[in-house]
Each structure stands twice: as C-alpha cells, then as structure tokens.
Design a protein around this ligand. Structure first.
Ligand code: GLV
Length: 319
C-alpha cells in the first residue's frame, strides 16, 4: 500500500504528479492556509506531511498524528516546527536549504539598493504627479558602492550577499555565533562584536535563523547604536527585530531607512504602522520567490518525502 501524504497548500500540478508516483495524496487545494482544525484532522492518518512556514507544527499536532514519519517543509527556516518534539517521537523533519540561497541573496541585495536609492518613494513621486523638474537634492539617497555592510549572520545566504557586496566594493564586517576565518580572507571581511557592527555599518543586514535566543536581538538599544544615515535590512525572520522600536527610530529619523521582507506576525495588514512610513520598503516575505527556485524547493520537499518514506535518508534533514 502506498504511504499517505497531506499537502497543506495548492501546488503546481507537476509537483503533485511526482508525489502521486509513490504516495496517496490529499491536498488543501487553496491559496490560503489550511485551517488548523482541518490540518489536525488530516494529519491523523498520514505518513508524510508536505507543509509550509505558515503552519504551526507543534506538540498538539504531533499528538494528533498517529502514523507520521516525516514533516517536509518547503522553507529553509524551521522555527514554526517543534523539532525537539518531532525527534522525541522519531519523526524526521526536513527543510529546503541551498536551492534558495542565491534567490534570497538577490532579494536582500535588491532591498539594499532600493532602500538606499529610495526607489519605491521615487516611483510613487512620479506616479503622484510630484515631478516638476530636476533638482539638485531631490530624492537623494545613500551610496552603496564602497559603503560598509554589516552582516549579522554568516550562513549560506549571508555569504551569497557578501559575494554580491564584493562587486560593489563594499567594506564588509560581520557578526556571527562562530568566526569563519577562511571566509574572512576569501571575502576580505572582518569579524566584529555586535555593537561595533551596529556603530560602523551603513547597512545592517540581518540573516540569521530565528530562535528564542535571538528574539528582538535588534531592539531599541541596538538601533540607537546605528548611524542616522544607516539602513536596516531584514530578510530572515521578523521576530529578530523589535518592530515597535524600529518604527519609532524610523519615524524620528534616528536611522535612515529599513527594508523588510519579514514581520513578527505575518501577514501584516495595510494599517500596520511600519507600512505607512516613507523610509521603509516592506515586502510580503518573497525572499525565495522566483519561479525556478520555488519549483526547486517544492521538488526537494518531494524528494525528501520519497526518501524517508522508502527508508532512505532525506537529502536535507533538520533532525
Ligand atoms: C523562507 O523564509 C524560508 O525560510 O525558506
């Protein structure tokens, strides 16, 4: 008998076809998240779960899952999954690192450039009929070429951002749990403590996984250390930055701008204060959203499910 898999969101037909070659598939075939009660009901009898970062894969869910062997998430970050609980129960957890690295680095760099050069504001300026003439200081931004980039985190995506930054002749400093001496010489970058990084950077770029230890790592005190001309970029997870402190800092021009692809509570609504500041570019969590990469992520999830359900090791295991 084929193993049973539950898929928590509508996916391209090619992905479902692949899943069906080795499993019996049921799907929440919508573009909105599966309601919790449906997920808890569906998970009862399945061997594998194809899930997204929008689902809470917690102890309660595991208590409903009588046969579950694998939770395969279509994301690199897995802070929505209680991995310890899964491990205790002998359930494999997999994620999708690697395939999304360059795409997420592209988006991170796009935010660096768009915030520094006020692209959204400038585009709105034109559309709103405010462009009357060329003037010397109109919509002036910050330079990227030769500026100091402070990377918080030095994992795969951060390294891919650094590669791009080298092409812009940026002076790169980084802070990370562990030093990476081989990368320091490769990319001519320096390790610093967090305070030095915040004080010296023109761009502070957050690229670490979320866990409770880094909750509000960037709060009021940290933002105060940043220069008035500096820009905060977060393409990792919302909870790492205290959004209330960030809002006040941006409103009071204590820092110059921010580029955010992630929020503490997603989705945010149109009246969310940070969305209504001119010096912030806000995006709806699209870091890995290129057609090619999203397909690669989905196919990696399929491969991980197939492997675990046929007794092999997954390609990208979390536990
Ligand atoms: C997206 O945020 C991911 O973790 O893949």
């Amino acid at each position: 008998m084929k193993p049973k898999i539950y898929v928590t969101r509508k996916l391209p037909e090619s992905v479902i076809t692949k899943l069906k070659t080795f499993s019996e598939v049921s799907i929440w075939n919508e573009d909105t998240p599966v309601p919790r009660e449906v997920l808890l009901r569906e998970v009862k009898e399945v061997d594998g779960l194809f899930c997204l970062l929008t689902e809470d894969i917690d102890k309660e869910l595991f208590m409903h899952a009588n046969k579950l062997k694998v939770v395969a998430s279509m994301a690199v970050g897995f802070n929505n999954i209680d991995v310890n609980e899964a491990t205790k129960r002998g359930i494999r957890v997999t994620n999708t690192p690697g395939v999304l690295t360059e795409t997420t680095a592209d988006l991170t760099f796009a935010l660096i450039m768009a915030t520094a050069r006020r692209l959204v504001e400038a585009s709105d300026y034109l559309r709103e009929g405010k462009w009357k003439t060329w003037s010397p200081m109109q919509l002036t931004g910050q330079d990227i070429y030769g500026a100091t980039l402070g990377m918080i985190g030095m994992g795969r995506i951060a390294q891919a951002v650094v590669k791009r930054a080298r092409g812009f002749n940026m002076n790169i400093i980084y802070h990370n749990r562990s030093r990476k001496p081989e990368l320091e010489s490769k990319y001519e970058m320096e390790f610093t403590d967090l305070s030095t990084l915040l004080k010296e950077s023109d761009f502070v770029c957050v690229l670490i996984p979320y866990s409770l230890e880094v909750h509000h790592l960037i709060g009021e005190k940290e933002i105060e250390m940043m220069k008035n001309s500096s820009i905060l970029i977060n393409t990792a997870r919302g909870g790492i930055v205290d959004e209330v402190a960030l809002y006040h800092a941006l409103k009071n021009k204590q820092i110059w701008a921010a580029g955010l692809d992630v929020f503490e509570k997603e989705p945010v609504s149109v009246d969310y204060p940070l969305l209504n500041l001119p010096n912030v570019i806000t995006l709806p969590h699209i870091g890995s959203a290129s057609k090619g990469t999203r397909l690669k992520m989905a196919n990696l999830v399929v491969e991980n499910l197939q492997r675990v359900l046929t007794g092999e090791s997954p390609l990208t295991a979390v536990n």
